[in-house]
Ligand binder design. Sequence first.
Ligand code: MG
Length: 378
Amino acid sequence: MTAAVLLAAGESRRFAESCPAAFPWKSKLLVPLPDGGPVWRRSFDLLARSPEVRHIVVVTDDEAIRAEAEAAGATVVPGGETRALSSLNGIEAADGAHTVVVHDAARPFATASLLQRVLDATAEAVAVVPVIAASDTIKRCSADEVKETLDRSSLYHAQTPQAANRDALLAAMRAHPEATDEASALEREGESVRAVEGEMTNRKITTFHDLEGLLRVENRTGLGYDVHRLVPGRPLVLGGIVVPFDRGLEGHSDADVVLHAATDALLGAAALGDIGSHFPNTDPAWKDANSSRFLRHAADLVRAEGFQVANLDVTLLAEAPKVGPFVAAMRDSMASILEVESSRISVKATTHEGLGALGRGEGIAAFAIATLERWLPR
Ligand code: MG
């Protein structure tokens, strides 16, 4: 019987360090690939579809992976301190198997024919490793000095899936917790390891660069507009800031036209309705409400769809007062609500040149335009 061990316990530290700030997945194994599934799942499915593999052990500390792997019928065990110790946990859990095939979940592009080639070779070998001939000239160096140029003709890169007789592999991995792959532990035990042709496309995802070409950024733009009448006896609130004036805007909430337009721009960009559908002005809960709650809620809704706010640009139409001195505070206030840098938020103001109701100073209006971005599989 052949069992498979999928190693999905890596820390993704180098990946997380190499990601752009707005990239939502800090674990490389959870990034969705163009066929929709996350990286680890594509590696899992390779093993699950093999007619020879009867049992899969997933080594992971990730709760999402654990739940999905168990639902798919796999045994799940926790990771160890090192790759070798994680592998050992998995091999130990694959009891009853004659042959164990070990695969890195971070190699989602391995093909079924590679897996079959490795499994076929186990008929005549204790252990099998897929390899690719080194194409670069390889040098042995100290920190800043070349010590030697190695003979490239005998150098190969080792890949996974690697397969071996379980008893031999278990003994070798217990004896060599420093091994960086299964084959090297077996080599150190004096076992003969068969090399088969690997695949150039079977790359291990290490940094963001390894996935970049498989992802695209989707940009979405939304427009918001709002207008409220100026009346005596109300504070004037614009962009979350109280602006000194002899009148304020009339409305059910605090009537902050800037935050209302911004809220609609975000909701519009994600096609999530409008401010009225989320916060009806007939609901007493929103009576005199601080409108920052509306914008914060819209930001939560768009984030739940995977979006980040790339920028927000607001134009205020106000005959009076002069809002220039308050623009910086408005930008900071909206940046704080949206949890982005102030450099992504713009506020501009213009008068209405005396034209119409706005020109007579009877009210204040605002336009907002927001751009959202999210990463999707290409
Ligand atoms: Mg409004």
